[in-house]
Design a protein around this ligand. Structure first.
Ligand code: GLU
Length: 512
């Protein structure tokens, strides 16, 4: 059947969106865009016990930051709203009634104590075809008693009546046909009178149907619910418009076995949330990719490759390339190891693609944090400084360590290099170097380098020792970009002042 592609991302606002949820949203988005379809954001907030204030805004902000666009949703509106389940109670009530009237569901009054007793009495108790006739429900109680219990305000649930002995087929576009025996399913609760709300299963199916969802793309953890969802589609008589299912592989720990958890992030030092999250109750902070300094394009590219590959070894892909190349045929069944170092690598790559002027803009607040007033330096100066060091960093904040000497003369000199490169005759050689630098008609890197190298050679100096001593006075340590690029940017007088200061202050450690 060729129908309009309509997919949904359906998070429950029970806390910060996990990075696995972000990947699910991304794959839905890529699939929708590739097929010219619609991406729907549905907020599944029917579990009032687990509702967390701020979680919905967090979801919106995270998707917007990553560039995952939404066509229909709570904010965007659309023809099938409302898109927030707590605003759809009437719809669910009506659908629960349809199942009850058709004899596909029944009302159950069993109290928690009664359910505990049943569990204690029967090993592996399950509320299903083999036990339901021993329980207190509308199948076992006379109709007038059911009515009077409800009239008295007795709390009840509505359960789905799962027939025994059926083979339920779930057609998954990644996993193929998965067949499950209905006997292992229990009579799932679809609705609770206590809060007048449906459970996830009922609301999810009703909404997928009413919102004309064509493909249900979600995490593998929902695969066990799929047979029940298939049965619900049938019970409502909607089997011919049932969406295709796609259960995405789990995200696994970077090391060892099992599902990625927040604890792995804490243990190994990486975020498992897109944005920083402050728990509204405990105030506890969870790190986020955005606040940790990742570029959204890097996060998108990194996540896209966790569970999918383009069929060749291309790694760097823009959102548009991902949209063009995404395919379910190249999604894996096996879980994807969350190789977080790869995320750092992607960030490095994307950082290199930013114009230096943009990097300079991002770097200004970092300068300020380190006590440098960015307005003491021209835009051009900061831009050139970051341009010289960017290939050495993964994050904007790392530009400080790599470029600080452009903004502050060294206050100390790395001891190891002093020991190795600063000998008794170095001060005199550095005086000579100052003379050469003072005499240069042009202080640009290209013009300054040849005469300095010639002077070193003519005097029979050791090239490495002289250049490293020079670097030590200017940078404070023996690393950094090309020496003459540094001096060109610092300018003649600052360069010479730093050499003089080095001559005055660098002390060779006493020989031991
Ligand atoms: N509300 C569910 C969640 O939190 C949706 C699962 C589904 O996509 O069916 O992930």
């Amino acid at each position: 059947m060729n129908r309009e592609v309509r997919v949904r991302f359906a998070p429950s606002p029970t806390g910060p969106l996990h990075i696995g949820g972000v990947r699910t949203a991304l794959y839905n988005y890529l699939f929708a865009r590739q097929h010219g379809g619609k991406m729907i954001l549905r907020i599944e907030d029917t579990d009032s016990q687990r509702f967390v204030p701020g979680a919905e805004d967090y979801i919106n902000e995270a998707l917007a930051w990553l560039g995952i666009g939404i066509d229909e949703g709570v904010r965007e509106g659309g023809p099938y709203g409302p898109y927030k389940q707590s605003e759809r109670r009437d719809i669910y009530r009506e659908h629960v009634r349809m199942l009850l009237d058709a004899g596909m569901a029944y009302i159950a009054f069993d109290s928690p104590a009664e359910l505990d007793a049943a569990r204690a009495a029967t090993p592996n108790f399950q509320y299903d075809a083999s036990t339901r006739m021993q329980m207190r429900n509308s199948l076992t109680l006379p109709a007038d008693q059911v009515d009077s219990l409800i009239a008295q305000g007795t709390q009840y649930v509505v359960r789905f009546k799962v027939d025994a002995g059926r083979a339920v087929e779930v057609n998954d576009l990644i996993r193929g046909k998965v067949v499950i025996k209905s006997d292992i399913l229990d009579d799932k609760v679809l609705y609770k009178s206590a809060d007048d709300l449906p459970t996830y299963h009922l609301a999810n199916i009703v909404d997928d149907h009413l919102m004309k969802i064509s493909h249900v793309i979600r995490g593998e953890e929902w695969l066990p619910s799929a047979p029940l969802h298939v049965l619900l589609y049938e019970a409502f008589g909607w089997a011919d418009t049932m969406p295709d299912f796609v259960h995405l592989p789990l995200l696994l720990k970077p090391d060892g076995k099992g599902k990625l958890s927040k604890r792995d992030g804490d243990r190994l030092g990486f975020p498992v949330f897109p944005l920083l999250w402050k728990d509204p109750v405990s105030g506890a902070i969870s790190r986020g990719y955005r606040e940790d300094g990742y570029l959204p394009q890097a996060v998108v590219n990194f996540l896209a490759l966790l569970g999918w590959n383009p069929g060749d070894d291309t790694e760097i892909m823009s959102m548009q390339e991902l949209i063009d190349r995404f395919s379910l045929a190249h999604c894996s069944r096996a879980g994807a190891k969350f190789a977080y170092e790869k995320g750092t690598w992607f960030n490095h790559q994307y950082l290199q693609t930013l114009p230096d002027s943009r990097l300079a803009e991002l770097f200004r607040p970092v300068l300020a944090e380190h006590g440098v007033n960015p307005s003491d330096f021209s835009d051009d100066y900061i831009t050139r400084a970051v341009g010289l060091v960017k290939s050495r960093v993964n994050f904007v904040r790392d530009l400080w360590d790599a470029a600080r000497f452009f903004f502050m003369a060294p206050e100390e000199y790395e001891a190891k290099s002093v020991k190795k490169r600063w000998s008794a005759d170095t001060p005199a050689i550095m005086e000579g170097l100052i003379g050469v630098l003072e005499s240069l008609p042009d202080f640009s890197a290209a013009a300054a380098e040849p005469p300095v190298l010639a002077w070193i050679a003519d005097n029979g100096y050791h090239l490495g020792n002289v250049m490293n001593a020079f670097r030590l006075t200017v940078v404070g340590e023996c690393k950094g970009p090309h020496m003459f690029d540094i001096t060109e940017l610092l300018g003649r007088s600052e360069t010479i002042a730093r050499i003089r200061r080095g001559i005055e202050t660098i002390q060779r450690p006493a020989e031991s």
